[in-house]
Write a new protein. Structure first.
Lengths: 487, 95
């Protein structure tokens, strides 16, 4: 199974093997666990392995198949981001604050993953409370990029992306508040989709910025993402923002030809901040789409450049409120020594949170404080509407929007240590999609000058995931970037 | 605008995050660079624009007023730092 010359395994190929009886879920799980044991000490993509729990899942999947009750994903292994509450596992969310936390219930996405028969391989590393774009803010150590161990895998779903790229999992869950599925997918050369806000339940997904957070699948191919989104998507009454919509088959447009597809190309996504190698790869991808029958249309998102500043008001504001729950009383870390209750809060939070999380809580507290709320928070919310309006106008002229996922390939480890702002500005192409609530995905589109992967971002209109996945799949039928694996 | 040390102390106090004196300067510098970024928003004319509080203009659903969860106190308290007799323990707040 680890033959490097054969194409890498996908959810689709493993599903077919299981259905044909060529492998059992237990055999697949054991094979992946062996790979994880061998490669994870250097990669640090997984923060928790529990072989007994994994094999119990696998045996249950094999039993279902023996009874003739297997679905398309029954027995397929998956890794879950350490942000989803999952019984039998810790949910540490990359933080010391939750080092001893094991959730007493399953998140909505986890329930759906279990119901589909997916087998949990382990829990993947992430930036602390999903705040970061490099995975370096994790209390459990940085993750290495499988393409070059001196570089970051991106973040915050960096462990999920690195695990897939390194062949330690065929699929993973991720969450995306400002790019946290798409950016690590781009940096690691895999596919990932952040669905329309409200499609995947946020219940039991540890909150960062609730009006932006959205879970979604990460895998090697767009087709795999479609199969996984079929399992993850659906209404959940426990999430007040979950949307009540008829069930969809996200694979339904995979075979659709691209003739006549109008691809909007926003000039604002091709500005000065973009590196030459990323531009070359994205231009080449757009040329491929044209040869497949699509037409490119110039569109403009004049306010998209304000997405990063608006994001760094809205997300920290919501984070400062969401993370107030970590007070050392009901769960999480409590400082060993303290005086009164106030001192216990202050010390527990000072010791339990890392520097990036504290920065965001502090700036969020400030923009919500008396005298600044209107100038910062309300102004950012007004700009948010203008950005969403820009997308609405653009989608009147095109079916999907494309551009780079990130302005450069993966950063070197430690590159942004003293300058968090440089890292924030790297999210320039991804944050506007969360502010608007639109679906966005990243697929592999080549390699940069340093041999690191480049991601192509595909943005769809609201609820247009099936079309986006089809567009991405057609590209992947014509290219092989998604099948490349690191040495 | 940029923050002063007393303002940074006040924000940390509001956020209930103890901030040692040794960390003030570095924190102030990071927060001020974030403020420099978000100051860009002041350049946009948003007259008459309705603030967008959520990703979609949601109307909150109503649900039936009924109990949907059983008694899981023991499970929820198992992850708490300090409990006794079903109660969460904190330092004394009323003298």
């Amino acid at each position: 199974m680890s033959d490097r010359m054969s194409p890498p395994e996908t959810v689709k190929s493993l599903s077919a093997k299981l259905a044909a009886g060529e492998a059992s879920a237990v055999e697949l799980a054991q094979d992946y666990l062996a790979r994880i044991r061998a490669a994870n000490p250097a990669l640090n993509a997984f923060v928790e392995i529990n072989e007994d729990a994994t094999l119990a899942d696998a045996r249950a999947a094999d039993a279902l198949r023996a009874e003739g009750r297997a679905g398309p994903l029954t027995g397929v292994p998956i890794a879950h981001k350490d942000i989803f509450c999952q019984t039998g596992w810790h949910a540490r969310c990359g933080s010391k604050m939750l080092e001893s936390f094991a959730a007493p219930y399953d998140a909505g996405l986890i329930e759906r993953s279990r119901a589909a028969g997916l087998v949990t391989l382990g829990r993947t590393n992430m930036d602390e409370f999903a705040m970061g774009s490099t995975n370096e803010s994790s209390h459990y150590g940085a993750v290495r990029n499988p393409w070059n161990s001196a570089h970051v895998p991106g973040g915050s779903s960096g462990g999920s992306a690195a695990a897939i790229a390194a062949g330690l999992a065929p699929a993973a869950s991720g969450t995306d508040t400002g790019g946290s599925i798409r950016q690590p997918a781009a940096f690691c050369g895999i596919s990932g989709i952040k669905p329309t806000y409200g499609i995947v339940s946020r219940w039991g997904m540890i909150a960062y910025a609730s009006s932006l957070d959205q879970g979604g699948p990460m895998a090697r191919t767009a087709e795999d993402c479609a199969l996984l989104l079929n399992a993850f998507a659906g209404f959940d009454e426990r999430d007040a923002t979950s949307l009540q919509r008829p069930a969809e088959d996200y694979t339904r447009a995979l075979a659709q030809p691209l003739a006549g597809l109008r691809i909007g190309v926003p000039k604002e996504f091709f500005g000065d901040g973009m590196s030459a190698d990323v531009r070359a790869a994205v231009d080449a991808a757009l040329a491929t789409f044209r040869t497949l029958g699509a037409v490119t249309v110039d569109v403009s998102l004049p306010r998209a450049g304000y997405a990063v500043p608006a994001y760094y008001v809205i997300a920290p504001a919501e984070a400062s409120s969401n993370l107030s729950r970590f007070d050392g009383v009901r769960y999480g870390y409590r400082a060993p020594d303290y005086g009164n209750l106030d001192d216990m809060y202050g010390k527990s939070r000072a010791q339990g949170f890392g520097p990036e999380v504290k920065r965001r809580i502090l700036i969020g507290t400030y923009v919500l404080s008396h005298g600044y709320y209107d100038a910062y928070y309300l102004q950012a919310q007004r700009v948010r509407r203008l950005i969403a309006d820009d997308y609405r106008a653009a989608f009147a002229q095109c079916d999907v929007i494309m551009g780079p996922t990130t302005p450069s390939t993966a950063y070197a480890l430690g590159q942004n240590d003293e300058d968090p702002l440089a890292m924030y500005l790297g999210d320039i192409y991804t944050t506007s999609i969360n502010l608007a609530g639109l679906p966005g995905m990243s697929i592999p589109a080549g390699f940069g000058a340093n041999g690191l992967p480049v991601g192509l971002q595909i943005v769809g209109n609201y609820f247009d995931e099936a079309r986006m996945l089809g567009v991405a799949h057609q590209f992947q039928q014509a290219t092989d970037w998604h099948l490349r694996t690191p040495e | 605008m940029s923050l002063t040390d007393p303002q940074v102390r006040h924000i940390a106090r509001l956020a209930r995050i103890e901030l040692p004196d040794a960390d003030i300067e570095r924190t102030r510098s990071h927060l001020n660079s974030m403020l420099g970024l978000i100051e860009q928003l002041q350049a946009i004319d948003t007259t008459g624009v309705e603030p967008m509080a959520h990703a979609t203009d949601l109307v909150l659903r109503l649900r039936e007023d009924r109990v949907t969860e059983g008694d899981r106190r023991a499970a929820y308290q198992a992850v708490a730092p300090a409990v006794e007799d079903g109660l969460y323990l904190v330092p004394k707040v009323i003298e």
